[in-house]
Write a protein of this length. Structure first.
Length: 255
């Protein structure tokens, strides 16, 4: 292998050869399996929904298998916390800047859409019936089930998805399509767009709702964070925080 077929990444050298091909094949296989797994509605104690658990395992172990095939390791796919300070700083800034805007947008959207026949079709099924409006805001129920939800969002949802889509998929795509521009150290280019699109498409089978494609936009943010910090830490924390925030908003606004 020639010198120009290898570039440094993570703890060692990660090959650029066939990076795009391997990323496409891995994503296609995962997408097909996710389509089947989300149809499994069975739940078990300590495991919860089996389909969701299988999806998490799939996202975790696909990079392991491909890394072994490509003679790489997970460290090459940003599966590490270092630099911890930089990762946490990026996550904190994103949360402080974006979350307040999201809260205002979330409540404003439901306030308008649920009162409009024209816009009501944009609201997820059944949400307007549950939405109590600003007049009925109330404190969230912070009990053991909520703490369990937070832990699951971090370990079972955010971490596996960030490893697969940002650490693994974006990592390979950036080898095939190196970013031509950088913003605060994070690459902005075709690889970022493709990884965010792959992330959004995989979310559709869960409920069969095309509105799930809106996950494309946080996918851009999480991918940029991974590129800027060379770690999935910032994206994992922000990803989990986003899901928890939505849960909190649903809790305080529903009747």
């Amino acid at each position: 292998m020639t010198a120009d077929e290898r570039t440094l990444g993570g703890s060692g050298a990660i090959t650029t050869q066939h990076a795009g091909r391997d990323a496409l094949i891995a994503w296609a296989v995962v997408a097909v399996l996710v389509l089947g797994f989300v149809q499994i509605k069975t739940t078990l104690p300590l495991v919860g929904n089996i389909g969701a658990a299988l999806v998490a395992v799939l996202f975790l172990y696909t990079p392991v298998i491909v890394a072994k095939f490509r003679k790489e390791d997970l460290d090459d796919y940003a599966f590490h916390a270092e630099p911890i300070a930089r990762g946490l700083k990026f996550a904190a800034v994103a949360i402080l800047l974006i979350f307040p805007i999201f809260v205002v947008g979330y409540i404003g959207f439901y306030e308008v859409a649920c009162k409009s026949d024209l816009l009501a079709h944009l609201v997820p099924r059944g949400m307007c019936v549950k939405y109590g409006g600003l007049a009925n805001l109330h404190p969230p129920r912070l009990d053991a089930s909520f703490l369990e939800f937070c832990a699951l969002q971090l370990v079972v949802v955010a971490l596996p998805e960030e490893l697969f889509f940002r650490g693994f998929l974006l990592g390979l795509l950036e080898k095939r399509f190196p970013p031509r521009r950088r913003f605060l150290g994070g690459g902005v280019g075709l690889a970022l767009v493709l990884s965010a699109a792959a992330f959004a498409i995989v979310h559709i089978p869960k409920d069969g709702d095309p509105r799930a494609l809106a996950t494309f936009f946080p996918g851009l943010l999480f991918g940029w964070m991974r590129s800027a910090t060379s770690s999935i830490l910032a994206g994992t924390v922000t990803h989990a925080g986003s899901n928890i925030l939505i849960k909190l908003l649903e809790s305080i606004t529903q009747r």
